[in-house]
Design a protein around this ligand. Structure first.
Ligand code: SIN
Length: 306
């Protein structure tokens, strides 16, 4: 049995886990300990785990069903569909650029019908300084709202739209054909704003690629989303990780948000490989709410309140 060492890293979230080799099969008791720590700390850092792609996929399976990324086929490795590139390297002509992935606070792939439960990101190559990632605890973001605001938000549902991703916008250097395909695969979907996470029984603020809140006018939606976005980014909810090569970070995508900081020399390589875990709670299609039709109006609404 491994000699597991779990050390909290941040006040709001985050812990480092050492004392085992992620290349080896994880026995059931150790897996239980890891899952327990994951639900407790939301973000786990596993230092010095030099995994191959196949080993990363196998290790990821300890935390849930590994996604094959059919909703983002041009970001995944052609031979290992479970692996997504998060890299500033130029990828092949059939791939979409991952150079600007993650530069805004977000939860991954909330535009998918079945949003992801979590993800594991492995650092393969990094710039000498910077290129950090920050995660924020969305349980705390919810719990620190006033009781009246929580009661207002609890029953609400949101439309999530892939068009809001920087990578799905023309200005980002991806071809119109690839962007159209990405939007076609991912029509707008509806998810609760305040889901309950089954393993902890806690309510959380689920902000991802939210376009509008159902039942509110676009102006009201934009104002509430802007407020929640600002509140959820408060520094006291945040843990910041400075990467070392062969770190793996596992996060719960349902109750955290993250941001990849562009605070590094972009002539240097930052190359990360991500596996993602399928979530259990499917949303529903936002029938009749086209992906771009409302976008111009929404941007006008956002401008009106900002
Ligand atoms: C992501 O948004 O999943 C990637 C985060 C990072 O590159 O640090």
């Amino acid at each position: 049995m491994a000699n597991l060492n779990i050390k909290p890293l941040g006040y709001a979230l985050g812990a480092e886990v050492s004392g085992f080799d992620a290349r080896k099969p994880v026995p059931p008791a150790l897996r239980e300990e890891l899952l327990h720590a994951w639900y407790q700390y939301q973000v786990l850092v596993f230092p010095a785990q030099p995994l191959s792609m196949t080993e990363q996929i196998a290790f990821s399976r300890n935390f849930g069903d590994v996604d094959r990324n059919d909703m983002a086929p041009r970001y995944r490795d052609p031979d290992h569909h479970e692996i997504v590139y998060i890299t500033n390297k130029t990828l092949g002509p059939n791939m979409m650029s991952a150079k600007r992935v993650g530069r805004k606070w977000h939860a991954d792939a909330t535009f998918a019908l079945r949003p992801q439960k979590g993800a594991l990101l492995r650092c393969v190559e990094k710039p000498p300084v910077g290129g950090d990632t920050m995660w924020a605890n969305m349980y705390l973001a919810y719990e620190t709202l006033s009781p009246a605001m929580r009661a207002f938000l609890d029953p609400l549902e949101c439309v999530h739209d892939v068009s809001l991703l920087p990578g799905a916008q023309e200005s980002n250097g991806n071809s119109a054909e690839h962007i159209a395909e990405f939007r076609r695969i991912n029509p707008p979907v509806i998810h609760p704003l305040i889901p309950v996470i089954p393993e902890t029984g806690r309510k959380t603020l689920f902000l991802g690629w939210v376009r509008e809140i159902l039942g509110l006018s676009l102006e009201e939606s934009a104002a509430i989303i802007a407020f929640l976005d600002q509140h959820a980014g408060s520094p006291e909810f945040v843990f910041r990780h400075r990467w070392s090569v062969d770190d793996i970070v596992l996060w719960d995508n349902r109750c955290t948000r993250h941001i990849a900081l562009p605070d590094y020399d972009h002539s240097k390589t930052r190359h990360m490989l991500r596996t993602t875990l399928l979530g259990e709670q499917p949303g529903r299609l936002a029938e009749g709410r086209g992906s771009l039709g409302n976008r111009e109006t929404l941007l006008e609404a956002v401008q009106a309140v900002s």
